[in-house]
Design a protein around this ligand. Structure first.
Ligand code: C2E
Ligand code: CA
Ligand code: CA
Ligand code: CA
Length: 277
């Protein structure tokens, strides 16, 4: 007599269950990771194309899991968002980056900005502005040396967003729009938002100068930014040909493996002393 197979098992797909179980485990580990000091930040230089000098570095979080080793932020940031953990994690990231910027200053490095990513969950955080202000006070970092990177998103209404950005700007910090071109409302808000900088997403830069469509798009973003008096950063520059195209096009800053991968605070210090030797 054949055994009855429970109905729900017929829908069982090994990859599904593994994916979900894995995600739950990862979320549990994520909750312990902060108090277990498993996070650290690395910093990627943004280089002025005209002068060749580093004018800012972007802070990027790294999670070293005790069993799994390196876990990509592309994987754990969304989980941190959904679980609410992004609030304490985001605060830790901001404070750590500002503290580090102050340490570089005290080491006598020439002044440069530190750029910190804000995730969507943080934009909805009630006390975001107070938190940023408190961290600036605690770390004694001058606000003009902090840049916050935000991504365009449909989920917040334009008036709310404009209001929030004005409050942040009032602290004296800089604001950049990250992954520009990949979101939805790209153009309409640009004139209302008090922003300083656009970061052209890596996916557009990847195929220049080979793909004429991407080339046209990148050129258009740069010229639009100029008209709006915004600075432009191109991310993900890996090839000399990309650099040449962006430089000819009048892009202000580049960030990418061609110049430097994200590196440790110590390596940032060393990069500066090497440049001055
Ligand atoms: P993002 O903010 O767009 O960061 C740029 C990503 O591009 C980084 O990946 C960086 O390492 C990578 N990258 C830079 N230059 C090159 C290049 O030349 N070629 C290639 N292939 N990649 C390049 P990472 O560090 O893995 O971060 C991925 C994403 O995770 C970030 O994208 C950001 O959305 C999120 N993320 C990372 N760190 C943080 C953080 O501290 N806070 C928040 N909220 N999100 C973060
Ligand atoms: Ca970013
Ligand atoms: Ca980006
Ligand atoms: Ca991104």
């Amino acid at each position: 007599e054949a055994r009855q197979i429970p109905q729900r098992l017929l829908f069982y797909k090994p990859y599904m269950s593994k994916g979900i179980a894995d995600r739950i485990l990862l979320e549990q580990d994520l909750h312990k990771a902060l108090e277990n000091h498993e996070f650290h930040l690395v910093y990627q230089p943004q280089v002025n194309l005209k002068t060749g000098s580093i004018e800012s570095v972007e802070a990027l979080v790294r999670w070293h899991h005790p069993m799994r080793g390196f876990v990509s932020p592309e994987l754990f940031i969304p989980i941190a968002e959904e679980s609410g953990l992004i609030i304490p994690l985001g605060e830790w990231i901001l404070e750590t980056a500002c503290k580090q910027a102050k340490i570089w200053e005290q080491e006598g490095l020439p002044p440069f900005k530190v750029a910190v990513n804000l995730s969507l969950g943080q934009l909805f955080q009630q006390d975001l502005v107070e938190m940023v202000e408190a961290i600036l006070v605690r770390t004694k970092l001058q606000p003009e040396f902090l840049q916050l990177e935000i991504t365009e998103s449909m989920t917040m209404n334009i008036d709310q967003m404009t209001q929030l950005l004005h409050e942040l700007k009032a602290l004296g910090i800089q604001i950049a729009v990250d992954d520009f071109g990949t979101g939805y409302s790209s153009l309409s808000y640009l004139k209302d938002f008090p922003i300083d900088c656009l970061k052209i997403d890596r996916t557009f830069v990847r195929n220049v100068p080979l793909n004429p469509n991407d080339e046209a798009l990148v050129s258009m973003i740069i010229s639009m930014a100029k008209h709006l008096r915004l600075k432009v950063v191109a991310e993900g520059i890996e090839e000399v040909e990309q650099l040449a195209f962006l430089s000819d096009g009048g892009c202000d800053y580049i960030q990418g493996y061609l110049f430097s991968k994200p590196i440790s605070p110590k390596e940032i210090s060393e990069t500066f002393s090497d440049l001055h030797d």
